[in-house]
Write a protein that binds this ligand. Structure first.
Ligand SMILES: [Zn+2]
Length: 260
C-alpha cells in the first residue's frame, strides 16, 4: 500500500491510496469519522434563560459548536479515575453570561481550561433582545462520532475508486466519448483519444455507452482518491489517529483469537 499526497493543507488533505484492499480503505474512512475522539459540549446547566429559544434548542446548538482541545490531556469519562462523575481530567466547563441586546456568538463562552475553546469565535448561537439574559454552564467531554455526529472530527471524509480507462487501438475517432463525458476526462490529442485527467472520472460509463465499436473500457482498480476535510484538528492528525485506532483494534482482535 502506497500513499501519495496531492493536496496537503492544515484542514484539507487529498491523497491517493495505491494497491490497497477496499475493505482496508473503508475501515480507515470509518475510523476517521467514528473513532477519532474530539471535545464537544455534552450537557448544559441553565441558570437563566429569558431568550426566545427553549433550553433544549440552545443545548442542541451549543453541542454542535466545534471545540479545539488537546485531546491527549483528557480521559474518556467512562475510563476516568473519577468513575464517570466528571472531574478536570475528563470534562471542561465553558461559561456564558450575557445580556441583550446582542447576538451571542461561540466566542462569548469563557472556558475553564485555556486549551479548550471554540474553533471559530463567530458562530451565532442566539440573538438576545433588550432585557433578555443567558446564564449557562456548558460541560464538554471527549466523545467519538460513533456516539453522536457532534464529536466527528471531519466534515468531509470520502474516497472514490480511480478507474483505469483503456482506449483500444481500433478506435474510429468518432469523438462521441469525448462529447459524452460530463466531466471532460477525455480529449483528442494527435489524432488519438487520450485520458486528460483520470482523477475527475466518476465512472458514470457514459463514454462506454456511446462508443459504437466498443473500443473504450473503464475498469475498477485497487487505487483510491481520498478527500478529508477536518474541523477541530489538522486533517493529517485525524488520519494518523484513525490508523492508530485501527492498529489497536487489530491487536485486540489478535489477542482475543489467541485465547480462543
Ligand atoms: Zn474524570
Amino acid at each position: 500500500m502506497e500513499i501519495e499526497f496531492i493536496e496537503d493543507k492544515e484542514n484539507k488533505i487529498v491523497f491517493i491510496v495505491k494497491n490497497a484492499p477496499v475493505a482496508l480503505v473503508n475501515a480507515i474512512r470509518r475510523a476517521m469519522i467514528a473513532h477519532v475522539p474530539t471535545m464537544a459540549v455534552d450537557y448544559i446547566n441553565v441558570y437563566m434563560n429569558t431568550s426566545y429559544l427553549y433550553d433544549e434548542v440552545l443545548a442542541h446548538r451549543i453541542g454542535l459548536i466545534p471545540l479545539k482541545a488537546d485531546i491527549d490531556k483528557y480521559n474518556f469519562q467512562n475510563e476516568c479515575s473519577c468513575g464517570g462523575e466528571g472531574c478536570p481530567n475528563c470534562q471542561v466547563s465553558l461559561r456564558l453570561n450575557v445580556e441583550g441586546p446582542k447576538v451571542v456568538y461561540s466566542g462569548d463562552f469563557v472556558s475553564d481550561s485555556p486549551d479548550v475553546k471554540p474553533v471559530y469565535d463567530n458562530i451565532p448561537v442566539v440573538e438576545l433582545y433588550e432585557g433578555q439574559q443567558l446564564m449557562i454552564e456548558a460541560v464538554a467531554r471527549l466523545g467519538t462520532g460513533k456516539e453522536h455526529a457532534k464529536w466527528k472530527p471531519v466534515s468531509i471524509c470520502a474516497y472514490k475508486i480511480i478507474p483505469e480507462i483503456v482506449i483500444k487501438e481500433d478506435c474510429s475517432l468518432c469523438k462521441s466519448c469525448v462529447e459524452a463525458c460530463p466531466r471532460n476526462v477525455l480529449e483528442v490529442k494527435k489524432d488519438k483519444v487520450v485520458v486528460k485527467n483520470v482523477l475527475d472520472c466518476s465512472m458514470c460509463m457514459e463514454c462506454v455507452k456511446v462508443c459504437e465499436d466498443n473500443s473504450i473500457s473503464v475498469e475498477e482498480t485497487d487505487n483510491y482518491l481520498f478527500t478529508v476535510e477536518s474541523i477541530s484538528m489538522p486533517a493529517k492528525e485525524v488520519l494518523i489517529r484513525a490508523v492508530n485506532v485501527l492498529r489497536k483494534k487489530a491487536e485486540e482482535m489478535n489477542e482475543i483469537l489467541e485465547h480462543m
